[in-house]
Write a protein that binds this ligand. Structure first.
Ligand code: OOG
Ligand code: NI
Length: 451
């Protein structure tokens, strides 16, 4: 037996501790969790075929523990340490998201587990945004923000030591892991006291509410957690009855029998009382709750079709009425096949292949054509769940929680290598991960057939 606690175990404990903390900090999130649990149970009761599909793919077990969170950090040094912190929990940066095009001065990645067993155990993800001060034109303000950020230390010494210990030993024992989780959770705690006076907060807020949120506090408070639901339309509809104020529109694709990618909605950020330096009283709004419904990961071809249809739908409607918006989306998305075999045949989605028992006992499985093998019942193709995020949806989530005075796109430029420099590692490409999983399973099938 290993002396060390596995990264999967640490991540699982961490994500549960984070959820406990956020329920205490934001009781509305606890209400959202109960609503999601209720809706998930009702959905499974009403749809035995879905229950079977989720059981077969091993998804059902993880759904009750599954969630993502989001944080926003201020400096390259901060995100560099975060990268090492998340590595202790088996989480790597996957995907690059440029939000400057949507008028939010950040770029982001998602820390998440990447291998199949780790994802099955607990796929906890953290959407992490780094403030891009270089996009702010006002030089005095930019320098002031940089000075405030440069003076703060968001990690305890004990935490830094534990991360270094993990790196030198190659693991943490039980006691060290426990201490690590406590210290790591503290980084993401809410602080009611701003580190600056009201005038400073106001000047940063006037540039962008997000700049004030990142710069004026002791640390990168977790700004939302997101459980996974099996029916996002029901949760959206029932939020008001649960005392929650949903954003207008559900982001992402419309309802489908075979969900694709990711649908998301949130309840709007709360206005919370805070104290500024010199004890001035005020309020700040940043924290909210979100829900997501996940579907199959799309190939580049599928993603292109998705992006194109989303643009088409948005060109014909700008309604803030969710029912009307979903009806328009559904209409436009008729062009996207809602049938698993068809998704496979047209190479629109990623799958994982397995030889059936029928094939194992048959003597004459001689086809090398994967579609043929599936048709003959010799191979099953299981859809791969999308584990990542969507830039247009993320922009919608950001915007609905940053108030109404939105601004235009920054003079911008995606700059993945700048984020990678800050992280100290390359960002993994999500498409290659799905493609690899698919081709590994294909190879395994043919290895057995050619034996
Ligand atoms: C992140 C918003 C994006 C998602 O799920 O797409 C996001 C933020 O508000 O910091 O969480
Ligand atoms: Ni989110």
């Amino acid at each position: 037996m290993s002396l060390y606690v596995s990264s999967d175990e640490i991540r699982d404990h961490f994500s549960k501790a984070m959820s406990v903390m956020y329920q205490e900090e934001v009781p509305q999130y606890a209400a959202l969790l109960s609503l999601v649990e209720q809706v998930n149970q009702e959905t499974l009761d009403k749809n035995p075929a879905l229950a079977k599909r989720l059981t077969d793919s091993g998804e059902l077990d993880r759904i009750s523990v599954e969630r993502h969170g989001a944080i926003r950090v201020g400096t390259a040094a901060e995100i560099g340490v975060l990268r090492r912190l998340f590595a202790v929990m088996g989480m790597s940066p996957v995907g690059y998201y440029d939000l400057s095009v949507a008028g939010v001065p950040v770029h982001s990645t998602a820390f998440r587990p990447i291998d199949v067993q780790a994802l099955a155990r607990n796929p906890f993800r953290i959407f992490t945004s780094l403030l891009r001060l270089e996009l702010i034109e006002n030089e005095a303000l930019r320098e002031k923000a940089a000075a405030i950020l440069g003076a703060r230390q968001i990690f305890s010494e004990a935490l830094i030591e534990l991360i270094a210990l993990y790196e030198s030993q190659g693991g943490l024992n039980e006691q060290q892991a426990e201490r690590f989780i406590t210290e790591a959770i503290n980084v993401f705690r809410w602080h009611q006291e701003a580190t600056v006076d009201y005038a400073t907060y106001q000047s940063l807020h006037a540039e962008h509410r997000l700049v004030a949120d990142v710069v004026c506090f002791k640390g990168p408070h977790i700004n939302h957690l997101t459980p996974r639901t099996l029916n996002i339309d029901w949760v959206q509809e029932r939020m008001p009855q649960a005392g929650l104020n949903p954003k207008d529109l559900i982001e992402g694709p419309p309802y489908r029998v075979h969900p694709i990618l990711l649908r998301q909605t949130s309840f709007k950020a709360l206005d919370e009382a805070i104290t500024f330096a010199q004890s001035e009283a005020g309020s700040h709004s940043a924290r909210f709750g979100e829900i997501e419904q996940r579907g199959v990961a799309l190939t580049a071809k599928g993603r292109q079709l998705y992006d194109q249809l989303l643009v088409e739908a948005r060109a014909v409607t700008n309604t803030s009425d969710n029912k009307a918006y979903q009806a328009t989306l559904a209409d436009v998305f008729k062009a996207f096949p809602d049938d698993e075999l068809e998704l496979h045949r047209q190479r629109l989605a990623f799958f994982e292949y397995q030889l059936t028992s029928l094939a194992k006992s048959a003597a004459n499985v001689d086809s090398t054509d994967i579609d043929q093998l599936i048709e003959n019942g010799w191979v099953t193709a299981q859809a791969q769940t999308y584990e990542d995020f969507l830039p247009v949806s993320a922009a919608g989530i950001f915007q609905s929680n940053l108030g109404d005075n939105q601004r235009d796109a920054y003079q911008a430029n995606a700059n993945q290598s700048l984020l990678e420099e800050a992280l100290g590692v390359k960002i993994l490409d999500e498409m290659s991960l799905y493609a690899q999983r698919e081709s590994d399973s294909l190879k395994a099938v043919f290895d057995i057939l050619n034996r």
